[in-house]
Design a protein around this ligand. Sequence first.
Ligand code: G3P
Ligand code: CA
Length: 369
Amino acid sequence: MGSKLLHVTVAAAAALTLVGAAPAVADRDTGHGGGEHFTVVGHRGASGYRPEHTLASYELAARMGADYIEPDLVTTKDGVLVARHEPEIGGTTDVAEHTEFADRKTTKSLDGVEVTGWFTEDFTLAELKTLRAKERIPDIRQRNTIFDGRYQVPTLQEVVTLAKRLSRELHREVGIYPETKHPTYFRKQGLALEPKLVSALNKNGLNRHGAKVFVQSFEVSNLQELDPKLKVPLVQLTSATGAPFDFVDTGDPRTYADMTTPEGLREVARYADGLGPDKNQVIPRDAAGFLQSPTTLVRDAHRAGLTVHPYTFRAENTFLPADFRSSEVPSEYGDLFAEIETFRATGIDGLFTDNTDVAVAQREERLAG
Ligand code: G3P
Ligand code: CA
């Protein structure tokens, strides 16, 4: 196991004891995958209920019981880290309605894919703050659209400040789980994300053993470079297909499939403390969308000393395995409880979810016995 992770679990237990709650039992003490300390990450906040990556979304996730809130990080033109899933913001803000920014619409190559729209790195923070967030998938989450136009794009600092305020109010530590998005893409534009992230963690007293922070990335070289600079645990994200873009960019032939073999996982464990796989890498689906037998990924990752937090658990039928869908209607809810129970049986240590309330309720039911 990564030594950074041990410090997190011990500190989390101490923090809870300080505020009078039942002390947490570290996964490392009880074995992977079970028990009180199963980690619930509010994926992009509570994005099943609010437009993603808004302070309202993060706050709701924390109030629902998320252990961590998860900002995906991109940068502005003036080098401020802000929370968006992608640099392109046409899909998650009202930028298209701002005629003053019409000439910023452009086409760029993003990790080898041509993308047309508006990009955060072409806006100063002051300009970005004039925009308002909107629901990314309104056809699936029509109810969330009632919140369109109400919230700004938050900075990382605003997310950290929110987490600190809610930690005081809720009498438990709300962690942050930031992801560096498209690190190579930003570095090539002279806007590297990593120095800003290290600086922000330092400034907020969060670059220390035991701080309730995980840092994640789909790329590898940036995590390797961050490893000696950060005292908090790092999580290597993996996809069910493809390869890290920094590998593609430098001609390294390794793929995510290579990285998730037992040998590949031992390499990951040299710099990371956790693995964030696509949930289909944990339990694949057949052509009709039904779950097949679990892979050995969780066991192999644990043997390499990595904690495992797969993504992303969502309540709508369109995201669920066929086993747990309630109907053919993509936006209707299926049985997310059952999906989480099924995946927890593989020994995962936590998960990313758009529906924190369901994952927390499942955890409480399991603890109640
Ligand atoms: O970081 C976990 C999960 O969010 C990875 O997928 O693309 O939604 O950031 P993505
Ligand atoms: Ca993410």
